[in-house]
Design a protein around this ligand. Structure first.
Ligand code: EPU
Length: 332
């Protein structure tokens, strides 16, 4: 595919930030990647669904996007099926495919914006499930050695919105396929919040009902990026040690929390709301009114304005609670 020069990327990022990339190229094969990287002399970056990036300036280098599509059955047994999925496929199209095919494992991840290729990088998660739970392996192009490599899911160091692709393999690996093992046997995970109730209301525990329930819950709370620009959760939920937790809960007895090992995860949404930021808007940059973890672009906000808003929120939360918020969104 050809290379475009000085292209607007407003349509390539869900925040709808209007900046340009100096060069843009979609790739459909390893051969193309090989050609691009054999004598590259410019900054490069891969964009997926553009749902986890905030551009604060024009991108002066090469922006790459996977157009490797398709789902291929590559193995399995009487309990599971192994599928190899192109990194350019839209994540939710794959969730729909899996739910329609009687395959369990990604139904709780329905309706998440983004691409298949970004899922292992970010270890996307929602409603008690993470992509890493079903990823068998990741096939990637190593841009230094110019070869295709295969890494087992168990070696991807999946953590909370974290993986090896954000660390050791950052700026080196380009995901070309993700291999997932989905279950042929029902194994619903309805433990999170109101999912079980919604599924019951819809008529019981089927893949379609779980997919519908999760989509409904998301639509109630989260702004649709096609309507209001946003990148999903802007911050991660902070984890504090038990000493810090005890001092906070003494001051704020109604503070929600989830125990993780010996530490506690506190919803950033709660901290931001308590700090008075829920629903606030400054020019076209704002804090969403039903899910304050999400920062939004009401139209013409710049990336710098949204970044500045996030910094002020982080400062207020640190001052009020002594808790450091960490951004989930990548700032460019
Ligand atoms: N809350 C408030 N005020 C609000 C909204 C929420 O105090 O206005 C508190 C409530 O106590 C609520 C808690 O926050 O129980 C948790 O809220 P929610 O269930 O909406 O989930 P979250 O922790 O805010 C995380 C993920 C979401 C994911 C949901 C569901 C992170 C950073 N975010 O949000 O992921 O969809 O759980 O699993 O972990 C994303 O990463 O882009 C994303 C949307």
């Amino acid at each position: 595919m050809g290379r475009e020069i000085d292209r607007s990327i407003k349509d390539l990022n869900t925040f709808g930030i209007d900046v340009t990339t100096h060069e843009y190229q979609e790739f459909t094969s390893v051969e193309e990647l090989h050609d691009i990287f054999k004598d590259i002399n410019t900054n490069w970056m891969v964009i997926g669904g553009g749902s986890n990036l905030l551009f604060t300036r024009n991108w002066e280098g090469l922006l790459l996007k996977s157009a490797i599509l398709g789902v291929e059955k590559v193995g399995g047994d009487d309990k599971s099926q192994l599928l190899k999925i192109g990194s350019g496929m839209v994540w939710d199209d794959f969730c729909a495919y899996a739910c329609n095919s009687g395959l369990w494992g990604v139904e709780n991840l329905s309706n998440i914006p983004g691409s298949i290729g970004a899922a292992p990088v970010q270890n996307v998660g929602a409603y008690g499930t993470e992509a890493g739970d079903v990823i068998d392996s990741v096939i990637y192009f190593d841009t230094k050695e110019l070869v295709v490599k295969d890494i087992k899911g168990s070696d991807c160091k999946f953590g909370y919105r974290d993986s090896i692709f954000k660390r050791e393999l950052k700026d080196r690996a380009i995901v070309i396929y993700v291999v997932m093992r989905l279950s042929l046997v029902a194994n619903a995970n309805l433990a999170y919040g109101s999912v079980a109730d919604k599924v019951e209301e819809l008529g019981g525990c089927t893949l379609q009902n779980i997919r519908q329930a999760v989509s409904d819950i998301r639509n109630e709370k989260l702004p649709d990026p096609k309507v209001i620009g946003n990148g999903g959760s802007f911050f991660k939920n902070p984890v504090v040690d038990s000493g810090k937790y005890r001092s906070l809960i003494a001051l704020y007895p109604t503070m929600p929390s989830y125990k993780v090992g010996s530490a506690y995860k506190i919803p950033a949404a709660w901290l931001i709301e308590q700090a008075g930021w829920k629903g606030r808007r400054e020019a076209d940059a704002g804090v969403h009114h039903t899910q304050p973890l999400v920062l939004v672009n009401y139209g013409d906000a710049t990336g710098a304005e949204i970044l500045e808003l996030s910094e002020r929120i982080m400062l207020d939360v640190a001052t009020k609670f002594g808790v450091a918020l960490d951004r989930e969104i990548n700032i460019i």
